[in-house]
Design a protein around this ligand. Structure first.
Ligand SMILES: [Zn+2]
Length: 267
């Protein structure tokens, strides 16, 4: 589906909730303002999965898969580093990050530009689960640096094998809630007070992963990892803390959830 079509769908959905946008597929200031007051929900088909209680609240409306909403940040281009270093040229894994920033649409767009200015590159998700990318960015094939020192199942410096999802959030030590307090370090998770990802972000993350799995056979759900996990595996525990307590569950439980859902959906 084209980006314009996705934007049109989003604009139409917002109009149904009282916005008065021209449905033209162009993401202008009016659409952005409307989006700040609108929670994008993922359409659902019923299933009978038993979800671990810890993540059930984030999981409830996600019962199927929909096309993620991508917004291109005009005028922004990541350095061209070619395709992922995998047999298909598509990503094998995904690193879950947080940005240490605000999470409005404008903050997400600014983060794309910031990554560009630093020579980094990955997707950025705002508080409503909308994913921002630069121009000429193939989400399956275009790799950029985002994980630094990292290791996962024998792959070191995973950025050329793993896509990155920067989820807008202040993370550990945030002055802005809602908070999740991790009082005791748990494995790779550093103790501290974290700003939580929004429910819309967690739903959109799960949806993106399952959607990507249907489009990319190279993608292995056992290679969905937290930046904190990747640092620990590279003998740098604590050097990065995302997602830590910002995610409502641990990464091993999150992977299990993804695999259970993928199996039930036949993907
Ligand atoms: Zn990170």
């Amino acid at each position: 589906m084209k980006i314009e079509t996705l934007v049109k769908k989003a604009q139409a959905a917002m109009n149904q909730k009282g916005a008065t946008l021209t449905v033209d597929g162009k993401w202008g200031p009016k659409s952005e303002t409307a989006a700040a007051h609108f929670e994008f929900k993922v359409e659902a088909i019923l299933d009978n999965l038993v979800i671990p209680e810890e993540v059930s609240k984030t999981n409830e409306p996600i019962l199927g898969i929909t096309e993620p909403i991508f917004v291109t940040v005009k005028g922004s281009k990541f350095k061209d580093r070619g395709n992922y270093e995998t047999p298909s040229g598509k990503f094998k894994g995904l690193t879950v990050h947080y940005t240490v920033s605000g999470r409005s649409a404008a903050a997400a767009e600014n983060m794309v530009r910031f990554l560009e200015s630093k020579g980094y590159g990955c997707m950025v998700m705002d508080e409503n689960g909308i994913i921002y990318i630069p121009e000429n960015f193939d989400v399956f094939k275009t790799w950029g640096y985002h994980s630094g020192v990292s290791e996962w199942k024998g792959i070191t410096g995973v950025s050329d094998h793993f896509a990155g999802m920067e989820i807008c959030c202040w993370g550990i030590g945030s002055g802005v809630g809602p908070f999740r307090d991790v009082t005791t370090a748990q494995g790779y998770i550093i103790a501290g007070k974290y700003q939580q990802y929004t429910a819309a972000q967690e739903k959109a993350l799960i949806n993106f992963i399952l959607w990507a799995k249907t489009k990319n056979p190279e993608f292995d759900l056992d290679y969905v990892a937290g930046h904190d996990e990747l640092r620990k595996e590279a003998q740098e525990l604590g050097d990065k803390q995302d997602p830590g307590g910002s995610l409502s569950t641990t990464m091993p439980a999150f992977r299990q959830l993804l695999k259970t859902k993928a199996k039930a959906l036949g993907i």
